[in-house]
Ligand binder design. Sequence first.
Ligand code: CP
Length: 315
Amino acid sequence: MSPTSTGPLRHFLQLRDFSRAELQYIFKRARLIKDKFKRYQPHHTLHDRTLAMVFEKASTRTRVSFEAGMYQLGGSVIHLTTTDSQLGRSEPIEDTARVVSRMVDLVMIRTFEQTRLERFASHSRVPVINGLTNEYHPCQILADIFTWIEHRGSIQGRTVAWIGDANNMAYTWLQAAELLDFVVHVSGPPGYQLDPDRVRDLDPAHFKVFDSPDDACRGADLVTTDVWTSMGYEAENDERRRAFADWCVDMDMMDHAAPNALFMHCLPAHRGEEVTADVIDGPQSVVWDEAENRLHVQKALMEFLILGPQDTPAA
Ligand code: CP
């Protein structure tokens, strides 16, 4: 076991692994870390620490933000993929976890099933971060909510409209709503809606399902969406294009939301599919802040998992 300086081994496999107070700490710490970054002030709290990143799916933002982030914290990074490691030659994930976690201080994994991530974590001596699974994308939601806070303040009591596929982002928004006390309106086409088995243990006060995307957007403070075909589902591409045709976030849909509503998209985006160019490139869109904030919130997250909470401003 490799405990933090203040407590036992912690992982971040889904958003609900953290309490509301811990999420609020991460947002506050990310604010300080971002401010220092903007002033070119060093923040080397993870000097001599090493992050291993394991990618079993493609990435731009997750790779760059974790890699740049760890270097900016004074540490170093090892990048592994399925094809350039023994994972691609059937080494069990448990054995990989046992070995890698004896050599580094932290592991971030992007993989397929959540159970695969959990198997790694249960054999790891060091904290493990979910860099996206089929089921959840908690680092992205940290960035999204931090971005909301920067633009609008607390998200408590607000309404978020999720338009499109009931994918890993949608389920992570639902966990966030319960933890941080807001409501998610969800609308997707038949066949791509929330799985009743996966929402059974969620508080129904924090989400509502709509057949019509316009109704889901009505009065929303934030409208957000994602690609129609997530990684791993490419064989369904044509079928999904047909099914999702009416779930494209356009200006008409945004007009149903609150007058000062924001638009978010975790990226990469397909203009003309899940969102029109005038929305994603328009004045309500905060997608570039959202992407940048992956860097700042994940620096706070890595620091928290290795060192525990830092009560005083770091040098
Ligand atoms: N949003 C996101 O996770 O982006 P990447 O797939 O590029 O990492």
